[in-house]
Ligand binder design. Structure first.
Ligand code: MN
Ligand code: MN
Length: 449
């Protein structure tokens, strides 16, 4: 059931911690009966694995660096621009190093948590699992690694570290922004194409990374012969291309053009004479990341466009690509789950006054959202938890209509599920990278992807 290809890499500092990466229980192919039988013993082992990350990295130790890659020297040669970037800028790098070192270590910590959380869930995903159980597993593990399991403390702790945004679990024609709301009974089916996209932050330094898994076929119990494997290969190759193209002074349109070229060189051969072209979802894109801000204002296109904005030194980007067998243009569809406060619109009375000052139900709702998530995106399930952790506020779980009002009033931005046409299949691959002066670092890089 592993459509997530494990690629061995030669030199990479992540591998030093290989033993810590793997949860103690390594059985990948457990069937349901075995799972039930060994539930108790498994639980014990699980608890040793999912604990505050500092217990694996005591104070004073550094978190593992991501994968280092060189900038493309020909780019700077052609542009007659910093021929000797490596040597000249290494000097400047050293002086700025101290300033950024803490931020980078925070990102590497978040990445290390991301790798451990995904390694933990990758072993458990099976057909028949409820989507809500998958996202709960990811989020509970993140909470354990970041010591944020006590939701009553969230207003004090959310800025320290924790979940950075709602866990996306988007199936088939849904490309992004789907997460189950409470009561969602959707289960994973045979041949489903699942995009898992989740985020971890440490001191607001966010790791945003995603991968695509194809669920096994009912007859063959394998996903190997699934023709959509080439779609998954396409997004991986396209994202790799985006990472290779990224660099200081590189124009965003140039990154998009290269991504598109690679993505659209793939096709899906259904085997019945029908061959589907792979297209980029042209209205989806990567983005830069700023502290506590998942979309920092720059978009990294995945198709050729006119945006000549340049990437800059020390910037922090999520390079992500979406491939599809549909139209290559996603639209919003379905019930909302993802939200974020609109920082330009939030009234001062909400951000400054203590919570018991509020009587109006919409104000109370906005206040609890602000106190628990600030500028970070959240979903209805997270808000449910915060409401249940604060019974004295007397906010009902039947808040959906009030939330709709806050969206309509402009205080909150809603991010609806993004889908391509029915029957189409979509895939995604995403890494978070850092543009150091002398090299790029794929911070979220791991043994799995
Ligand atoms: Mn993402
Ligand atoms: Mn992203």
């Amino acid at each position: 059931m592993s459509a997530v290809t494990v690629e061995k890499t030669s030199s990479n500092s992540i591998e030093k911690n290989e033993s810590d990466l793997n949860p103690i229980n390594n059985s990948v192919e457990t069937n349901e009966v075995e799972v039930k039988k060994s539930k108790k013993s498994k639980k014990k082992k699980k608890n040793q694995d999912l604990k505050p990350i500092e217990e694996f990295y005591p104070k004073g130790t550094k978190y593992p660096e991501g994968k280092w890659i060189n900038y493309d020297p020909s780019y700077y040669f052609e542009k007659d621009n910093h021929l000797d970037r490596t040597s000249k800028l290494e000097e400047r790098y050293n002086t700025l190093l101290e300033k950024y070192e803490q931020e980078w270590d925070d990102m590497r910590q978040a990445a290390e948590i991301h790798r451990r959380v995904r390694s933990n869930i990758q072993k458990k995903i099976t057909v028949g699992m409820k989507l809500i159980d998958i996202v709960n597993n990811i989020e509970d593990a993140t909470r354990k690694f970041t010591s944020t399991t006590d939701i009553t403390q969230q207003p004090e702790t959310y800025k320290g570290k924790g979940i950075a945004f709602p866990t996306g679990i988007s199936i088939n024609d849904v490309a992004a922004h789907y997460t189950p709301n409470r009561g969602d009974e959707t289960v994973l089916k045979y041949d489903d194409i699942m995009k898992l996209d989740f985020g971890v932050h440490v001191n607001g330094n966010i790791i945003d990374s995603a991968w695509t898994t194809i669920m096994p076929n009912k007859q063959s119990k394998s996903s190997e012969e699934n023709p959509y494997n080439s779609l998954v290969q396409a997004v991986k190759a396209a994202t790799d291309t985006g990472i290779k193209a990224a660099g200081i002074d590189v124009r965003l349109c140039d990154v998009g053009e290269q991504i598109q070229e690679v993505m659209e060189s793939y096709e899906v051969d259904l085997g019945n004479g029908e061959v589907l072209p792979v297209r980029c979802c042209r209205n989806l894109c990567g983005h830069n990341i700023k502290p506590y801000t998942i979309h920092g204002g720059k978009s990294v296109p995945i198709v050729k466009n006119e945006d000549t904005t340049k990437m800059e030194e020390f910037e922090h980007f999520a390079i992500e690509t979406f491939g599809t067998t549909g139209r290559g243009f996603v639209y919003t569809d379905g019930e909302g789950s993802h939200y974020a406060i609109n920082l330009d619109r939030i009234p001062k009375r909400i951000t400054t006054a203590p919570e018991n000052d509020f009587i109006d139900k919409n104000d109370k709702l906005l206040k609890i959202i602000w106190d628990n998530f600030g500028s970070l995106p959240w979903c209805k399930r997270y808000l449910d938890k915060s409401i249940l952790a604060n019974p004295k506020l007397k906010i009902s779980l039947e808040y959906y209509d009030d939330l709709d009002y806050l969206v309509m009033a402009g205080y909150i931005q809603e991010y609806l599920p993004l889908v391509d046409i029915p029957g189409s299949m979509t895939a995604q691959a995403e890494h978070t990278i850092l543009l150091h002066s002398h090299k790029k670092e794929i911070v979220s890089f791991g043994e799995d992807y």
